[in-house]
Ligand binder design. Sequence first.
Ligand SMILES: Cc1cc2nc3c(=O)[nH]c(=O)nc-3n(C[C@H](O)[C@H](O)[C@H](O)COP(=O)(O)OP(=O)(O)OC[C@H]3O[C@@H](n4cnc5c(N)ncnc54)[C@H](O)[C@@H]3O)c2cc1C
Ligand SMILES: Cc1cc2nc3c(=O)[nH]c(=O)nc-3n(C[C@H](O)[C@H](O)[C@H](O)COP(=O)(O)O)c2cc1C
Ligand code: SF4
Length: 645
Amino acid sequence: MKMAEKGLEILFDPLVMNNLTVKNRFFMAPMGTSFDLDQLANYLVARAKGGVGLITSGLMSVHPSGRAKGIGQLVLETDKDIDRYLPMVKAVKAAGSRFIAQLGHVGRYAFSRVIGQPAVAPSPIASFYTRETPRALSTDEVDEMVLSFAEAAVRAQKAGFDGVEICANSGYLISQFLSASTNKREDKYGGSLLDRARFLFSIIGETRKRVGDDFNICVKFDAEDGVEGGNTLEDSLILAPKMVEAGADRLHVWAGWHESLRPMLPSFVPRGAFSYLSAAIKEVVDVPVSTVGRINDPYVAAGILRRKEADLIGLGRQMLCDPDFVRKIEEGRIREIRRCIACCYCIDQTFGALKSDKKVELKCALNPELGHEGKALADLPEKKRKVVVAGSGPAGLEAARTAARRGHDVTLYEKEERLGGLLNLAVVPPHKEELKNILDYYSLQMELCNVKLKLNESFTIETLEKIKPDVLVVAVGAEPIVPNIPGIEGDHVVTSLDVLEGRVQAGENVVVIGGGLVGLETAEYLADGGARVTICEMLKSVARDVERASRWGMVSRISKKMRVLTSTKVIGIQESEVVVESVENGRETIPADTVVVAVGFTARTDLLEALNQSDIERYTVGSCGKPGKIADAVAEGFSVGCRIR
Ligand SMILES: Cc1cc2nc3c(=O)[nH]c(=O)nc-3n(C[C@H](O)[C@H](O)[C@H](O)COP(=O)(O)OP(=O)(O)OC[C@H]3O[C@@H](n4cnc5c(N)ncnc54)[C@H](O)[C@@H]3O)c2cc1C
Ligand SMILES: Cc1cc2nc3c(=O)[nH]c(=O)nc-3n(C[C@H](O)[C@H](O)[C@H](O)COP(=O)(O)O)c2cc1C
Ligand code: SF4
């Protein structure tokens, strides 16, 4: 077996605390799911087997008023809850990780519909998230809530967990107490910074009293909460040593609330962005400090440790995307890592689940096996079949990978000279570099899975007749829609793909028609290159096809760089201008040396039509079925790859 690369050994130094030793410097950050307990156990066991030293559960509610969701909520609210977790805890620990329970209460982020009563909070301040106003807890109720946390910790101990993490982050109940923006109390739990922190300190102290010294207590908190009138790093430098004094063994430093005004999760947040916060906290405490946030790279992780910015590296989404991340580093197989691209698809699923009464599974855009751990990769086929995949976008690549892993003989045709389809252009706009990881990952997978590549070869009906495969997977993607606007045939009218491919040089004044993801990103690419850009979008808002977690950050960034017109229709294109019309502003003429069309994609149908006469077993995957996102393409590719018998 290969070893971790030179310089990365630091990631595998055990972290020794008085009451807990972690075998390496990685921990899985808490992430709520809606999996049932069997599924959850399989999912966590897969991560433990993947080498991560310590796993944190998703938030476990300590009180019925503190639940985030109706389906899949973990609870440690009564002694009856203990037994349910025993098998899962045992299985995760047996698979090689230490396991701690995150204890929390979501406070004013609870939906009254979910908890069957109004949400509770330090003060009755409406939540942007639920659009509901919570009820203020009485002093006695806060005293009782302290006990609820401590009693839940004892239950975690009885269930076999190695410790607890107190959730004082992200805008949940404890952080609502910590912040002057949501804590207006006049009793002992409100007032000065230290008075507002009394709730947290009491929880840590009471927990320590009950669980004894031989049980690890971690506190996750936001070193800057990013909310107007909230706590700053300066405040946290005062609070952190007091958390340790109260009994914390480790501090887990995060960077803000759900209401925070700064983006923390999308791909335009740099890798390891928040280690400056853990570094600052490390200066004022003598217990291990963890960082988390946008870490998908072993060199970034090792750099953080080497610079002593943190003692333990948190992996959130990277653990969803590749359960074997740590093992691959340990075995020197870094190129095999499937890196999280920070697309936020998983977050949107999770938050969708909170608001929904239906079960919404946690999904990853790139890891179609998330939530299906413990199950074999569909039944292996009865016989090896000759499978041809036409098109090497993410749909074709995933279909080829999965079919080959299951033992089929797979050949992949791509009409262009490189693999990846539209991903090659999706990676071009600013802040999209992470998408390159998908290309690197699949290129290596094709090699490892022995998929035969036919680049620069268009798959046609003649190819089919010549090579006679048993099964054909059509993954030929989509092409840009060209709208019917007077003047659209002009030489200065191009598509977003022409721009991103570098086939055309845009002029000084550019009008982009279409304010969806592709239009906005192409516009930003041009604006960053010095063009004066105007976006015209027919709908009332732009970025409707962008995931919620990325949308607001992206829109606010882009709006600063260009003029964004909504509810505006382009009614004509002339030689050096575009005529637009809106109900609000009437008709306007906008200068345009270049007009970029980005109004969506339509499925490529030529091959499918030609195949109408053929009776070959065939499947259609990705955008040539229905133009969509990477997540759809990968999911369909995987599903078909599994179905081929
Ligand atoms: C600028 C831009 C940014 C984007 N950003 C994102 C994003 O951030 N997140 C996201 O989820 N999605 C994004 N997308 C969309 C994403 O790229 C598509 O959803 C995805 O690529 C669709 O995959 P696919 O495999 O179905 O098709 P494609 O990626 O279109 O691949 C189809 C492939 O088939 C090949 N082909 C066609 N005909 C033949 C033939 N006859 N024989 C052989 N090969 C053939 C084509 O050359 C192409 O390589 C973006 C798209 C663009 C243009
Ligand atoms: C699906 C999902 C669920 C999450 N649930 C929780 C949670 O229950 N408790 C918590 O403190 N943080 C939660 N987080 C935040 C993560 O713990 C982590 O702080 C954040 O994702 C940043 O790390 P990353 O960039 O490595 O993903 C969740 C994140 C995701 C993606
Ligand atoms: S869905 Fe996107 S952000 Fe979430 S884990 Fe997968 S790749 Fe990362």
